[in-house]
Design a protein around this ligand. Structure first.
Ligand code: GDP
Ligand code: MN
Length: 387
């Protein structure tokens, strides 16, 4: 799960990360009021969307007084912000963060992630902050520093100091930088993050270390123990199909292709997408209906797939272990009757009650293309589109 910059900053602040004073506004008037309360010399008004790259896309504006803050907020709230991270449709801006502007002298990058290859949490730091870390990693890998962290010890002070020296932080600001690094790491662990990032962490002209931008992603599987964080979920920012699928207990990820997939088991779903790609097709979604889906869940899943106008064919690939093939067939038939099935349907069923499942489908008079085996199913799905 993702949250907004202003929410991440509120959390990080409680762990000792320095953030600029500010407040969040839903209207230009509210933005002006916040600016008046802040009573500082210069302000920054920032669009709040679940995507970065706002600076280059006019989603961030400087303002010299509360009236200018109001004007800036007027321009930003309600706009569809298109950045390199939003996709071409962009994202509707509903809120802005109004902050005291910082006089930035130097921008650093600071991030914490889990490195699965070494099963450890790693802090990543770079002197080339402000930019995308992927870009730095690709073009100037020598500018990226890493410290892997022993979970039982946490980020040791010497590790943070080492990173601060590598980043050429001025001597008198090393302790302050270490404090921010420690805060970021502690927040990452305490909140069960999958990513926590400050980009940029700024060194200011008046000798401060400040988190200018912040991003936190959370491990969905740990959200049950973070009620307050779970409440920060912003449904407006999420894929409607992913949200709806999760309300039925289905794992769904929207993709760009045109072959709708319904599979049981994450591994089989991944293998199905691989085979579709191998046959030069593109999956429209990843969908794992789970090991023991009900006919009702199958019906909902089927409707979700059909609600995607990009979908030109559907590939059902079920290996019935705990799952029974006749239940799948019933769900498909029910959904196809409720929603008019207008695209070819390729079905590969295998396992428990497979004969019964196939018979139900045959008797339903649905236009089903039956497949033998996974490879055959992927090939037939791709062929169905070409025809
Ligand atoms: P992003 O583009 O969505 O990652 O948004 P950021 O919050 O990282 O801002 C992008 C860039 O805007 C930063 O790298 C800074 O260069 C600039 N910026 C943001 N806030 C301030 C500020 O308070 N003062 C100054 N001078 N620049 C800022
Ligand atoms: Mn940023």
């Amino acid at each position: 799960m993702n949250i907004h910059e202003y929410q991440a900053k509120e959390i990080l602040k409680t762990y000792g990360v320095s953030v600029p004073p500010g407040g969040v506004a839903r209207t230009p008037e509210e933005a002006e009021r916040i600016a008046k309360e802040l009573a500082c010399e210069r302000f920054i008004v920032k669009a709040q969307i679940h995507a970065g790259g706002r600076g280059k896309a006019d989603g961030i504006k400087l303002a010299n007084n509360p009236k200018e803050v109001q004007k800036a907020a007027e321009g930003i709230i309600g706009m569809r912000l298109v950045t390199h991270q939003t996709g071409k449709d962009g994202k509707l801006v509903r809120t802005v963060l109004v902050e005291e502007a910082s006089n930035i002298e130097k921008e650093l990058y600071l991030g914490v992630i889990v490195d699965r290859a070494i099963s450890q949490i790693v802090m990543i730091a770079s002197e080339s902050g402000g930019m995308d870390i992927e870009e730095i990693a690709a073009e100037q890998p020598e500018k990226i520093w890493r410290e892997s962290i022993d979970l039982t010890i946490g980020l040791a002070p010497f590790q943070a100091r080492k990173l601060a020296y590598k980043l050429n932080v001025p001597k008198q600001l090393v302790n302050e930088t270490v404090k921010n690094m420690t805060g970021l790491y502690n927040a990452f662990v305490a909140c069960d993050c999958s990513l926590a990032e400050i980009n940029p962490l700024a060194i200011t002209a008046d000798g401060k270390v400040v988190a200018i931008d912040a991003k936190m992603n959370f491990d969905d599987n740990a959200l049950f123990r973070h009620e307050a964080i779970a409440e920060l979920r912003d449904a407006d920012e999420e894929d409607v199909r992913e949200l709806e699928a999760s309300s039925y207990g289905l794992s769904w990820v929207s993709l760009d292709g045109n072959i709708g997939c319904m599979v049981n088991g994450a591994g089989l779903a991944m293998a199905t997408m691989d085979l579709i790609k191998l046959h030069k097709g593109e999956p429209a979604n990843f969908l794992d209906v789970g090991g023991s889906a009900s006919a009702e869940q199958i019906t909902q899943a089927f409707k979700l797939i059909l609600s995607d106008k990009k979908v030109r064919t559907i590939l059902v690939n079920i290996f019935g272990g705990i799952m029974k093939c006749d239940v799948i067939a019933e769900g498909i038939i029910k959904a196809a009757r409720e929603v008019k099935l207008s695209v070819p349907l390729v079905v590969r069923l295998e396992g428990t009650n497979v004969e019964l499942g196939k018979r139900l489908l045959a008797e339903s008079k649905l236009n089903v293309i039956s497949a033998d085996g996974l490879e055959d199913a992927a090939r037939k799905a791709v062929m169905a589109i070409r025809q």
